[in-house]
Design a protein around this ligand. Structure first.
Ligand code: FES
Length: 145
């Protein structure tokens, strides 16, 4: 197996048919829509299959499912990152997406897909046809979380 790619600063690694592994040299902060901090860690795994019993975190439920969540993605635009050492702040939109509010490098586990963003929306319902990005499918599939 190839070596896991690594990048400086804030990162989100897309695991094949698995979670988003979020990392920061300072902190990954998960907050609710009101700005209340839910979690503050250097690394954590966020569910992107929509089936965790411990949302927004991965609880391994994806391993029991046949989910279609490839790691590669086609939107590979590279934005110049504002401040690469900032904390990685992710906001949970109720019954909807993960909102990124910090500079971050998003990459597939294979290293074949890479993009940099200063903000963005990631799928956590498991139904987007543009994974790992949100395409608003959560509003059709009745996602709760
Ligand atoms: S990705 Fe692991 S439980 Fe959803």
């Amino acid at each position: 197996m190839s070596k896991k790619p690594s990048y400086p600063g804030n990162t989100i690694m897309v695991r094949p048919n698995g979670p988003l592994i979020c990392g920061s040299e300072i902190n990954v902060i998960i907050q609710d829509a009101d700005g209340n901090i839910i979690s503050k860690e250097k690394e954590l795994a966020l569910c992107r299959c929509g089936h965790s019993s411990n949302k927004p975190f991965c609880d391994g439920s994806h391993k029991k499912l046949t989910i279609d969540a490839e790691q590669e993605f086609s939107d590979e635009r590279m934005e110049e990152l504002n401040a690469p050492s900032d904390e990685l702040i992710i906001t949970l939109k109720p019954d909807a997406m993960l909102l990124i509010k910090s500079p971050v490098t998003i990459f597939s586990r294979s290293g074949l897909s890479v993009t940099t963003r200063n903000k963005g929306a990631l799928c956590r319902c498991g139904e987007s046809s543009n994974k790992p990005f949100c395409d608003r499918s959560h509003s059709q599939c009745g996602f709760k979380g």
